[in-house]
Design a protein around this ligand. Structure first.
Ligand SMILES: [Zn+2]
Length: 297
């Protein structure tokens, strides 16, 4: 009897030690970065900030697209979801409007902006509501970071927000599995996030006019693409370059005039600041610092 008891205790201990952590019991951890310009139903710049009369409607539409991605991610195997509000004030999403159980990162005072909160513990990233990069003639609300930026180049490659964010995710070994936005935006991001599914929620006619698709159709497409994307998501080897050489070209020369004085910053052209970083997350925080936290006025 005693020997049986010892054997039983041994079995229990082995079972406890061998038991996987709760979140790894088939569950995946998913990061969702949500911008606003590429949300279904959004058609005018006055809808994009709290000053606009339609802002209440806009943030509801933003939550609706996000919830479609959350539902899909969950049915694809996500057990832990972090939503990062990635537009403007970054206080657009209200926790009570989101599906229960997700965590929400709120407020724009964050060094990593649209990618705040992402690290190597995630299995997949989803970009919701993205827009075209600065300088895109037919891209709805086309810009990169903010209106002061003309272009951002990393190791010689011109990238928009979705492209930059994909490089940050790749640094951590996290695959981007879904991108939603207007047709121009998702086509641009897909050139960098080459394995991501895409959902076109509206058709850009030019930088201001847009053809909106029906909400119910779009939400079903987001949900199903998120389900498939998360279900097949597998962490990949971290993709890291030896150095990240960045050039941020501005619309005018004011920010470069100030930023040139910062250690490590070069000014290869009157309207451009260049620097080199040893990691993509570090490069990303410096890009954000340059366009957001230097006020030449
Ligand atoms: Zn935005």
């Amino acid at each position: 009897m005693r020997r049986v008891l010892i054997a039983f205790v041994g079995f229990v201990i082995t079972a406890i030690v061998a038991a996987p952590r709760v979140e790894s019991q088939g569950g995946k951890k998913v990061f969702i970065s949500v911008d606003m310009e590429g949300i279904s139903g959004i058609s005018g710049s006055d809808q994009l900030s709290a000053a606009g009369a339609e802002y209440g409607r806009s943030r509801k539409m933003m939550a609706d697209d996000t919830n479609a991605a959350i539902r899909g991610a969950r049915s694809g195997g996500a057990s832990e979801i972090v939503v990062n509000d990635s537009h403007g004030s970054m206080r657009n999403l209200r926790l009570e409007d989101l599906d229960r159980g997700v965590r929400l990162i709120s407020h724009s005072f964050k060094r990593s902006g649209m990618m705040e909160g992402l690290d190597e513990s995630f299995d997949a990233a989803i970009f919701v509501g993205y827009h075209a990069q600065a300088g895109t003639a037919n891209g709805l609300f086309a810009h990169t970071g903010s209106g002061v930026v003309a272009d951002v180049r990393v190791n010689g490659r011109s990238l928009g927000e979705g492209g930059l964010n994909t490089l940050v995710a790749a640094w951590y070994g996290v695959p981007v599995v879904l991108v939603t936005g207007d047709n121009v935006a998702v086509a641009q991001v897909a050139t960098v996030a080459t394995d991501a599914k895409t959902v076109i929620v509206k058709r850009a006619i030019n930088q201001r006019a847009v053809e909106l698709r029906p909400f119910d159709v779009v939400h079903k497409e987001i949900e199903s693409a998120a389900r498939e994307g998360v279900a097949r998501a597998a962490r990949m080897p971290a993709k890291r370059e030896p150095a990240y050489k960045v050039e941020v070209q501005f619309q005018d020369t004011f920010i470069p005039e100030v930023a040139e004085s910062l250690p490590g910053m070069l000014r290869p052209a009157a309207d451009t600041i260049g620097f080199s970083a040893d990691s993509m997350p570090r490069a990303y925080t410096l890009i954000r610092l340059l366009y957001r936290y230097i006020n030449p006025d």
